[in-house]
Design a protein around this ligand. Structure first.
Ligand SMILES: CC(C)(COP(=O)(O)OP(=O)(O)OC[C@H]1O[C@@H](n2cnc3c(N)ncnc32)[C@H](O)[C@@H]1OP(=O)(O)O)[C@@H](O)C(=O)NCCC(=O)NCCS
Length: 203
């Protein structure tokens, strides 16, 4: 067992820290942030905050827990090779026949079905579902209670908002935002913001 640095000391960092403590896979869980104001005290009880440079230099395993896809991608790119850590809440359900790439976070009650693929540093939030044969590209985020039907292909840096649904077999392009509660009924082949039932482009 080694120590785990959670990099990103906001609300999402707290969720990841809670899951990491529950997973009981690391001897020590500690946290840091680019914002020096967030680098002292505790993120959660038992998860000390430390200054960023010292924390990053010392860590053998790092999970980047930043909600913004662009910031998460930038911080992951700056890490030394081999340190990127995946955090899976023990009360999620991840098929032994699914693929979960380094840096992913799988929250409580989330489901990753057989032959599903999660790319690097994907966030699969509370109760989200990635059904069989679906894939989620690097740095994307499937928000709480959102669901991707079987065979859905989601690009990179996509946000699927809370409670949204994507019907089976559809494609979602890179850098798309799907609003909370949307139902996606057609391929979304251009980057943009889509919302509503059925989902339509807002901009
Ligand atoms: C879709 C979304 C990205 C739009 O955000 P925005 O660009 O700031 O848009 P605005 O709030 O200015 O709203 C623009 C219009 O879209 C409507 N709208 C906003 N979100 C909507 C949604 N989810 N579904 C339907 N309509 C929506 C607004 O009512 C507004 O309509 P109007 O022009 O008739 O007044 C945002 O509302 C959203 O749903 N984000 C997802 C949040 C989420 O789930 N995060 C996960 C956290 S873990």
């Amino acid at each position: 067992m080694s120590s785990l640095l959670i990099f990103g000391a906001g609300g999402h960092g707290r969720v990841v820290a809670d899951a990491a403590l529950r997973a009981a896979k690391w001897s020590l869980v500690f946290a840091s942030d680019r914002d020096p104001v967030r680098c002292s005290g505790e993120l959660l009880a038992g998860v000390a905050l430390r200054p960023a440079d010292a924390a990053l230099a010392a860590a053998a395993a790092v999970h980047v827990a930043i909600g913004s896809a662009a910031s998460r991608e930038r911080e992951v790119a700056a890490l030394p090779p081999g340190v990127l850590a995946t955090v899976v809440h023990p009360q999620s359900s991840v098929s032994a026949h699914a693929s979960v790439s380094p840096g992913c976070f799988v929250a409580a009650q989330a489901v990753v079905a057989p032959l599903a693929i999660l790319g690097r540093s994907v966030i699969l939030n509370h109760g989200a579902v990635v059904d069989h044969d679906a894939s989620v590209g690097d740095f994307s985020h499937v928000a709480p209670l959102a669901a991707l039907g079987g065979g859905v292909k989601v690009g990179r840096r996509v946000l699927i908002g809370s409670g949204a649904r994507v019907l089976p077999g559809l494609r979602i392009a890179d850098d798309v935002v799907v609003g909370a509660g949307a139902v996606v009924c057609t391929h979304l082949d251009e980057a943009g913001v889509y919302a509503g039932v059925p989902a339509r482009r807002l901009r």
